[in-house]
Design a protein around this ligand. Structure first.
Ligand code: FNR
Length: 342
């Protein structure tokens, strides 16, 4: 099966397998304040990922790898939505466009439409410095997402089996690229030691890509003769990953993704230290099943909802969420206790 057919399969299977809702956000509760002395009009959603300025802490995460006409169409639609709502957007893996000139337009279209927006380039951890530079140039990207996806590769029949020297490659990229490097997972989460290792080689940001939303083991198992079901439950949930990342006590900027669907999920992620949240499967489903207008409405509503939550918590900006106490129960509590996380 060629790359673009495989990636189309990903989109179709992602829509069928859906969002697992086992991200852990249900284990977190804010402490209610009966006297929040604030006017909602005083709230600004502007946010930062390091030096990158965002109009709100919401971005469209990577989904459009592989190239092909359908991928181009989805990139175009997502870019129009991102431009209309003025939010950041990552493209999916650009490897196909590096290997085949004809696929470049699949990705270039994003910068053409979202001309002034924050755009993330994307490649897998096998990328060389030269490939990363070309991927960034293709989009005039503001940052570079490098995805690490060991479990997905293992479940993929044609996936990689050699993961040696990944950290060294990441270190080279960080030193040679002129834009910030965001190392991201794709739904298996990150541990404290992973985050510490990435910080030690100079990575600027991580996207924890936690377990509990889109599940690539389930997606890839749909395409296998002999299933590797034991990987379907593998991974660190998004809430536990954020706690792990926080406890690593690095200066890395932490992004949240993995099952985010609501403004409350995002607010809780930010209370656990994230500076922004990426939405993938949830946005894709709305786009494919209901269309662009519905996705624009969803994003606008998410922004309004986030302001409501900030009002209830008496906060003027989303960045203040990290000072707000959360009560943690259930599996997230047990994970944090056994791992000795703060
Ligand atoms: C993805 N994801 C992804 N990530 C990446 O870094 N490069 C890629 O090419 C892709 N491709 C891709 C295709 C499809 C169809 C989906 C649904 C997802 C992973 C994505 O960015 C995200 O990390 C995970 O999907 C978890 O977030 P959600 O979907 O639970 O919000």
């Amino acid at each position: 099966m060629n790359r673009s057919a495989r990636k189309l399969d990903h989109i179709n299977h992602a829509l069928i397998t859906g969002q697992a809702n086992s991200h852990g956000f249900q284990d977190l509760k804010f402490v209610h304040n009966s006297i929040p002395e604030i006017n909602i009009n005083e709230i600004s959603l502007t946010s930062e990922i390091g030096e990158l300025h965002l109009s709100s802490p919401i971005f469209i995460n990577a989904m459009t790898g592989g190239g092909g006409e359908r991928t181009k169409e989805i990139n175009q639609q997502l870019a129009e939505v991102a431009a209309e709502t003025n939010i950041g957007m990552a493209v999916g893996s650009q490897m196909a466009a590096l290997k085949d000139q004809e696929q470049r337009s699949t990705y270039e279209v994003v910068r053409r439409i979202h001309s002034k927006g924050i755009i993330f380039a994307n490649l897998g951890s096998e990328a060389t410095v030269d490939q990363a530079k070309r991927a960034i140039d293709m989009l005039e990207a503001n940052a570079f997402q490098l995805h690490v996806n060991v479990i997905q590769e293992l479940v993929m029949p044609e996936g990689d089996r050699d993961f040696t020297k990944t950290l060294t490659r990441i270190e080279h990229l960080v030193h040679q690229l002129e834009v910030p490097v965001i190392v991201k997972e794709v739904g298996y989460g990150m541990s404290k030691s992973t985050v510490s290792k990435l910080a030690s080689v100079g990575v600027e940001a991580v996207d924890v890509g936690g377990f509990g939303g889109t599940n690539f083991s389930r997606i890839e198992n749909e395409r296998r003769q002999r299933r590797l079901d034991f990987f379907d439950d593998w991974g660190i949930t998004t809430t536990c990953s954020l706690l792990e990342a926080k406890d690593a006590r690095t200066t890395l900027h932490v992004l949240a993704s993995g099952g985010l669907q609501t403004a409350l999920d995002l607010a809780k992620a930010m209370a656990l230290g994230a500076c922004a949240g990426g939405f993938a499967g949830h946005f894709l489903k709305i786009l494919v099943e209901k269309g662009q207008e519905a996705l624009i409405t969803e994003i606008t509503e998410l922004q309004k909802d986030l302001k409501m939550i900030l009002t209830a918590l008496q906060l003027h900006a989303p960045q203040q969420l990290k000072e707000v106490p959360l009560v943690i129960s259930g599996d997230t509590f047990h994970w944090a206790s056994q791992r000795g996380l703060d």
